[in-house]
Design a protein around this ligand. Structure first.
Ligand code: BGP
Length: 471
């Protein structure tokens, strides 16, 4: 639809940005923090650093929040490191960890910035992993115990909660993210069992949130990308339906309706991935209802029908760009879309399509919790950092988000990735996403000086005009 009149962004729209604890904080073993699966990874991608210091936000959060306030942030989405609260995943609470986030939340509130808290962003406590991680139903209880402590300590100030970041990516690409236990014997079958446990854990936590904090709102935070068929061939359309179900709707149908998506379930049956569901699990899923849907969007995906000859994995680049599943769908590079430096297709219109589809299916308010462009930013001789490519990416996505709002989608916030430079999951410190440059290199920490980028000033203007001035 080509709108002649575009609706404005809602008043009180949550303009902000996102980070995650392990990628930004550093201080990986300070003040009683226990190790997470990320800290204990056997190796990191070649030529990339670990997460021990990251952007040193743990020690510099006041300076960082002041910069966010200068940009005019209305919201900041960050994650709490489970291992700062429970160094062993469960058991004794670490008071210093409680204090850190309490101070961070107070600092945000001081500037009128709404804290939006992700409870778990990839960094499962290593102590739980050694006991089977998400394969062990005990981890469900541990997550509920952890959530209760967060609600008790921060529920007076935090109104917006996100349960699990990108559960779908942890299940489908856990190896690349470093969240998958490398010793799993039958990873594919086991992963969908873990997925089931995460769904139950999420549902229980949503329920506890509603019972204990009636004013709070809580939702899931998957990565959602609408899947296109490579052509109008009916076989390709079926393949796209398959992948949409397995990658996207499986997770949201369970979170919102408390049921397994039928196409995804038939995929489990076909492949031998059917999870064990214990008595009462489906009732738990059905009882819990999210208040909104948060999702991360970077790119769309395109597939064609499977050749079934073992050559379905297709694509180039990193992360989940190489996709395909024998007999189900085959990855296809979309010739209509440009790619970023890392091979990720750039698709702003796909963002509008995804927003419309998510809202049509679930009829819940939506907040975008990640969207952004990774690039090799550099400090110029005059000390500035110019990132017009990032401005261009964000501008086009914001335009499409506004069109989706005009289409009728209820969007209440936009928190792109990332507020400040942090360590990328796949390419270390050199791949940057932030509005604020952090002066460090992969192995040389320098002084970790903060430098507002060109996009910082641009975004400041976007926020102050409530999205009217995108130029
Ligand atoms: C999402 C994660 C983030 C972040 C982002 C960018 O999947 O939720 O934690 O890493 O992707 O990915 P990358 O850093 O690999 O470019």
């Amino acid at each position: 639809m080509k709108h002649l009149i575009v609706k404005p962004f809602p008043k009180d729209f949550f303009w902000g940005a996102s980070t995650s604890a392990y990628q930004v904080e550093g201080a990986w073993n300070e003040d009683g923090k226990g190790p997470s699966v990320i800290d204990m990874r056997e190796k990191y991608p070649e030529g990339t650093t670990d997460y021990k210091v990251a952007s040193d936000h743990y020690h510099r959060y006041q300076e960082d929040v002041a910069l966010m306030a200068e940009m005019g942030f209305k919201a900041y989405r960050f994650s709490i490191a489970w291992t700062r609260i429970f160094p062993n995943g469960t058991g004794d609470v670490n008071i210093k960890g409680i204090e850190f986030y309490s101070n961070l939340i107070d600092e945000l509130i001081k500037y009128g910035i709404e804290p939006i808290v992700t409870m778990y962003h990839f960094d499962l406590p290593y102590a739980l992993q050694t006991r089977g991680g998400w394969s062990n139903r005990g981890t469900i209880d541990a997550f509920v115990e952890y959530a209760k402590v967060l609600f008790e300590n921060y529920g007076d100030r935090v109104k917006y909660w996100l349960t699990i970041n990108e559960q779908n990516m942890m299940i489908m690409h856990g190896k690349a993210l470093g969240t998958l236990d490398p010793n799993l014997e039958d990873p594919d079958r086991e992963l969908y069992q873990q997925n089931h446990h995460m769904l139950v854990a999420q549902a229980r936590v949503m329920d506890v949130c509603h019972q204990t904090l009636p004013q709070a709102k809580i939702g899931p935070a998957p990565n959602i990308s609408y899947i296109y068929p490579a052509s109008s061939k009916p076989e390709d359309v079926l393949a796209a339906q398959n992948f949409n179900a397995i990658r996207n709707w499986l997770y949201l149908d369970a979170a919102v309706y408390g049921r397994y998506n039928k196409t995804a379930w038939s995929f489990f049956e076909e492949k031998g991935y059917v999870p064990v569901i214990e008595a009462g699990d489906m009732e738990i899923l059905q009882k819990a209802k999210p208040d909104f849907i948060a999702f991360n969007y970077y790119t769309s995906k395109t597939v064609e029908s499977s050749t079934g000859d073992g050559n379905d994995k297709n694509g180039t680049g990193d992360q989940e760009i190489v996709i395909g599943e024998s007999g189900v769908y085959k990855g296809h590079s979309n010739p209509n879309l440009p790619k970023n430096e890392f091979g990720w297709e750039i698709d702003p219109i796909g963002f509008r399509t995804t927003l419309r589809e998510v809202y049509d299916r679930y009829q819940l308010p939506v907040i975008i919790t990640e969207n952004g462009l990774g690039a090799f930013d550099k400090v110029e001789e005059d000390g500035s950092v110019r990132d017009p490519y990032r401005i261009d990416y964000l501008k086009k996505h914001i335009e499409q988000m506004q069109l989706a709002i005009t289409d009728g989608v209820e969007v209440f916030g936009y928190c792109p990735w990332s507020a400040i430079d942090l360590i990328s999951t796949h390419q270390g410190a050199k791949k940057r996403y932030g509005f604020i440059f952090v002066d460090r290199e992969e192995y040389d920490l320098k002084e970790l000086k903060r430098i507002p980028k060109q996009s910082f000033y641009w975004y400041k203007d976007v926020i102050s005009t409530n999205g009217e001035n995108l130029s």
